[in-house]
Design a protein around this ligand. Sequence first.
Ligand code: HEM
Length: 353
Amino acid sequence: MAMAVGGMGAGDLAWWLGLVLGAAPLLCLAVWHSADACMSMSTLVYSLHWNYIGQVTFANICKMFISMEPSPLTCQIDQWFGGLVAGLRAFPLDFPGTAFHGARKCRRKLNAVFRQELEARKKVDKECDDLMSGLMHMEDEQGRKLSDEEVVDNIVSLVVAGYESTASAIMWATYHLAKSPAALAKLREENVALSESKAGSPLMITHDDLPKMKYTAKVVEETIRMANIAPMLHRVANKDVEYGGYMIPAGWSVLVWVRSLHTDPSFYQDPLTFKPDRWDEPAKPGTYQVFGGGYRICAGNMLARLQLTIMLHHLSIGYEWELLNPNAEIGYLPHPRPMDGATMAFRKLKTSA
Ligand code: HEM
């Protein structure tokens, strides 16, 4: 249903969300910059663990979603989200000790804390310039508002769907680029040229710049293909289906293992190698399901691409970096990640502003 926030339409809300979720990773760059400004050296090596980046972005999200300043409670909320994500793709065994049970417990705690905040706001009719207020006041054409449960559900879902996934994609982009100096050089060349062409105008890239960022777009697709952030999709057969000689009875849950598509050499030559130029040709129909497909395709797929593009622009023109443990073991659940947290050393480029 089409919604309006105050006088805003759904498109405005999407823009606002883009700003909020897009701003979070940029804040990290600002933190690095300001940390650097405190040092008297012109270049400095940072050894950063992505968990730390997660903490910074999460503090920002709490502020923008529910106007909460960093506190022991926001740290607790961060941990509950961690517990929820850890059980997101776990086998549904609901008894103490399982990841699934832990995730359900965390979800209940998150619901309770957001519900409490919502009730407190309603009691004093408090107005805040944040996502919760936006959702509380949204109306469709008939003037219907979201229920309290829907407001809370949207907040939790947006953090899980939009924040963890994109943070992971950004981590994988820096990981693969650190291992592919030729690709990083081409990325930097394109973005430095773009940045220089904008001398005197705002440093932020705009919608008009996107068509010029052809190599960056290829890096984005290749990162998302290789990252397989959502390696599987969940579906339920709504009628008996015969597939590949097997019968899937109606009502059965089906796990679609899309990762196997993205790592199949008959669809992607040398599939485990990071090669942005493979995107000079589009993927064969049906072989690229990183954002799912059909009615349930990821609602934020273009936003995720945009966030990654913006982040790659600022990282490539402003920093160089290296992986401190390039051979760190990779874990695959709840989603793929280097087990050392992708520890990297970042150095601010001397030429950058
Ligand atoms: C690289 C980043 C991302 C990846 C790889 C990703 C991937 C996915 C996948 C695979 C699905 C399930 C689709 C299906 O079942 O067919 C999904 C659903 C969804 N995603 Fe994303 N996503 C990303 C970023 C985002 C962002 C930034 C947002 C919004 C802020 C978002 C919002 C959603 C929502 C709301 C759904 C549920 C759609 C529905 O069920 O109708 N995602 N995503």
